[in-house]
Design a protein around this ligand. Structure first.
Ligand code: GDP
Length: 431
């Protein structure tokens, strides 16, 4: 397993945390290439639950854990997470942060909340953690980077320049309190002292690891359909989760990446606003939410639930150049008598397509066309071999595999690290 990208194939929350944690066991380096503290990964090991927003889940296994240049970092959240780990006896020493990653500043958080409020009914449903505004400032060349923390004079200058503009927005547009240079600078100088040991040339580090033949995992946050360029804009995240962004977000060439594993739930969830063709109408939505525990890791918001959408997944296979797929939470579907699976969309003009619509109006108005597969009633938690899965569960997985033309290499049958099945054996998938 030289360099492998792990990418969410739906709207995020696919259970990437668990899959990355599993694959991290046989990796040397685990990297995050985009996103900020809006990515809530849940990993359960030995009955203990870990929730990560910032840290790559590889940190649990003591692997070199990289936050790449494509990430935005909230120092306060990151330090809280580091402290939380240390309290539980897990070292944060293997953490390496790119000096090129951008910082989330207090005005980003204030403006994120104020912006969403102003949009009212049109709001995007951001996590209000300042991530979008931090990426916007990066593009506007107004951003402050992790490496700026290393020089108090530069840090102060950059904060002063940013505040000259941000305070006008805060006061005049949103009628909020302005920030004081002295307050912000002294807070961030404090963060700098603690973060300094983690700052590294992560592009070089990862490239060297790959050249040395070590196993590198590149983990995307959120999911394909939330991609800024190719997702369901404007209801998307402010960065690029898709696999191609792993190269830019880390600073390695695309030719260095060998494999792309998508992660999809055996059904679909979506947090926040935006179109969702297979969203379930009726009591099964609530039932699926309860069975799957579909509440946000970071926000606690309830997730919208729907049936598996193979049109969306086929799009994800294409956008990511996916070489295999991990299908998680199959156990959650036990006890549904029938399982509708969306195989095509019906467009407004009555035509049907199995390709994801290129134009948003077609997507907003499409209707799902379902094929209904039989369900199974046996719980899957005690099963430790694909061969002993109920026939209907195996058929469900085969159906997905055959329609997408991608191997389902891992099947999730429970929340903990151990509850994963593989036809080839988990070891073979890792090697
Ligand atoms: P991520 O952001 O993609 O890592 O997804 P989350 O961590 O937010 O959501 C996944 C949730 O599903 C977590 O609570 C996991 O512990 C849980 N989970 C992951 N895989 C499985 C699975 O195969 N079965 C069940 N029942 N839960 C799972």
């Amino acid at each position: 397993m030289p360099a492998t990208v792990i990418v969410g194939a739906q709207w995020g929350d696919e259970g990437k945390g668990k899959i990355v944690d599993l694959l991290a066991q046989s990796s040397d380096v685990v990297c995050r290439y985009q996103g900020g503290p809006n990515a809530g990964h849940t990993v359960i090991v030995g009955g203990e639950t870990f929730k990560f927003r910032h840290l790559p889940s590889g940190i649990l296994s003591g692997k070199v854990s990289v936050l790449g240049a494509g990430c935005v970092v909230d120092p306060e959240v990151l330090l809280e997470e580091i402290d939380g780990l240390e309290e539980r006896g897990i070292s944060s020493d293997p953490l390496k942060i790119s000096g090129n990653a951008h910082l989330i500043m207090p005005w980003h958080i204030a403006l994120d909340g104020a912006g969403e409020k102003r949009l009212g009914k049109l709001q995007i449903g951001t996590t209000r953690r300042g991530i979008g505004p931090a990426y916007a400032d990066k593009a506007a060349r107004l951003g402050i980077r992790v490496q700026d923390l290393l020089d108090a004079k530069i840090l102060r200058q950059k904060i002063e320049t940013a505040l000259a503009e941000k305070n006008i927005w805060l006061e005049r547009v949103y009628e909020l309190e302005p920030f004081e240079l002295e307050d912000v600078a002294s807070r961030y100088e404090g963060f700098a002292q603690r973060l300094r040991p983690f700052v590294a040339d992560t592009s070089l580090l990862v490239d060297e690891a790959i050249r040395d033949g070590r196993n590198v995992l590149l983990e995307g946050a959120q999911g394909t359909l939330l991609d800024l360029d190719h997702g369901t804009y404007p209801f998307v995240t402010s960065s690029n989760p898709i696999a191609g962004a792993a190269a830019t977000g880390i600073g390695i060439g695309p030719t260095r990446i060998d494999r792309v594993m998508g992660v999809a739930k055996a059904y679909v969830t979506r947090v926040g606003e935006g179109p969702f063709p297979t969203e379930i109408v009726g009591p099964d939505q609530e039932r699926l939410r309860e069975l799957g525990g579909e509440y946000g890791t970071v926000t606690g918001r309830q997730r919208r639930c729907g049936w598996l959408d193979l049109v969306g997944l086929r799009y994800a296979v294409r956008l990511n150049g996916m070489t295999s797929l991990a299908l998680t939470k199959l156990d959650v579907l036990s006890s549904f008598a029938e399982l509708p699976v969306c195989v095509r969309y019906r467009l407004r003009d009555g035509t049907e397509t199995d390709e994801f619509p290129a134009h948003q109006s077609d997507f907003h108005h499409c209707e799902p066309v379902y094929e209904t597969l039989p369900g199974w009633h046996e719980p899957l938690d005690a099963i430790d071999d694909v061969a002993t899965l109920p026939q209907a569960a195996r058929d469900y997985v085969d159906f997905v595999e055959e329609r997408l033309g991608v191997e389902v290499c891992l099947i999730g049958t429970g929340a903990s690290r151990e509850r994963v099945l593989s036809r080839r054996g988990v070891e073979a998938v890792l090697s």
